[in-house]
Write a protein that binds this ligand. Structure first.
Ligand SMILES: Cc1cc2nc3c(=O)[nH]c(=O)nc-3n(C[C@H](O)[C@H](O)[C@H](O)COP(=O)(O)O)c2cc1C
Length: 201
C-alpha cells in the first residue's frame, strides 16, 4: 500500500492516518497561565525531546476547528512560559479530562481533580500528580502552514524522589510507568513490556 496525501480523497485523512502510524507518542500535559494568573492544562502528543545542549523540547498546539488558537497557545504567545508534565498510568484519566474544551479561563485541572505545585523559575505551576515536570521558556514558535510548533528551553526538571538515584545521578526508569498515545482518536498504550538491546560496537 502506498498513500499519496495529494490525492483529494485523502485530504481529510492525513491526520488520523499519520497519528495512527507514528506511535507510540509521549504525552505532554502542558500547564500555562493566562494574564490573570489562571491555570490552564491540556494534553499534546505531537511532542518530544529534541536535544540536550541546550535541553530543548517541542510540542504542536494546532488551532481549533474555527481557526482560533487553543488556550495553551494563546497563553504561551502572551507570556512565553509553560510546564510539560509527563503522563504515567495514574495520571492518564486526569490527562484525558483536561482535553475537554472549557471556556477560556476555566480550569481543566479543577475539573480533572488535579492539583498544582509552584515552579521554581517560571510562573505556570507544575501538576502535582505528574511523575515528571519540565519547566520551560519558549525559544521560538514556528508556524508551518496550519501547524504551530512551540520550542521550549528546559529550565528545571522535577521528578518524584523515588524515580531518581541521586548518588548515581541516574533515573530509575524501570519505576516510571509512562503511557503512550496510540491510534487516533482514543487509543493509548502502557510501557510495561520492556526489553534491552545492547548496541553493537
Ligand atoms: C492524548 C491527547 C493528545 C492530544 N494532542 C494534541 C496535539 O498534539 N495538538 C493539538 O493541537 N491538540 C491535541 N490534543 C487536543 C487538545 O488537548 C485539546 O484541543 C484541548 O482542549 C486544548 O486545550 P486548550 O484550549 O486549553 O489549550 C490532544 C488530546 C489528547 C487527549
Amino acid at each position: 500500500m502506498e498513500l499519496d496525501f495529494d490525492t483529494p480523497e485523502l485530504a481529510d485523512r492525513v491526520y488520523p492516518i499519520l497519528a495512527s502510524l507514528v506511535t507510540p507518542r509521549p504525552i505532554a500535559l502542558v500547564s500555562t497561565i493566562d494574564s490573570e494568573g489562571r491555570v490552564n492544562a491540556a494534553p499534546f502528543s505531537f511532542f518530544n525531546l529534541f536535544g540536550a545542549k541546550p535541553p530543548i523540547c517541542a510540542f504542536a498546539p494546532g488551532n481549533r476547528d474555527d481557526g482560533t488558537p487553543k488556550d495553551t497557545a494563546l497563553n504561551i504567545q502572551a507570556n512565553s512560559e509553560f510546564v510539560i508534565n509527563l503522563v504515567d498510568e495514574a495520571l492518564a484519566e486526569g490527562m484525558n479530562r483536561c482535553a475537554a474544551s472549557l471556556p477560556f479561563g476555566e480550569s481543566e485541572l479543577k475539573c480533572a481533580g488535579l492539583t498544582t505545585t509552584a515552579s521554581t523559575t517560571i510562573k505556570p505551576p507544575c501538576i502535582a500528580e505528574a511523575p515528571v515536570s519540565l519547566e520551560c521558556k519558549t525559544w521560538d514558535i514556528l508556524e508551518i502552514g496550519h501547524n504551530r510548533m512551540v520550542i521550549g528551553l528546559i529550565q528545571r526538571v522535577h521528578l518524584r524522589d523515588e524515580l531518581y538515584d541521586a548518588e548515581k545521578q541516574r533515573v530509575l526508569s524501570e519505576k516510571i510507568m509512562m503511557v503512550g498515545r496510540m491510534a487516533s482518536p482514543h487509543w493509548y498504550c502502557r510501557t510495561r513490556d520492556r526489553f534491552e538491546l545492547i548496541r553493537p560496537e
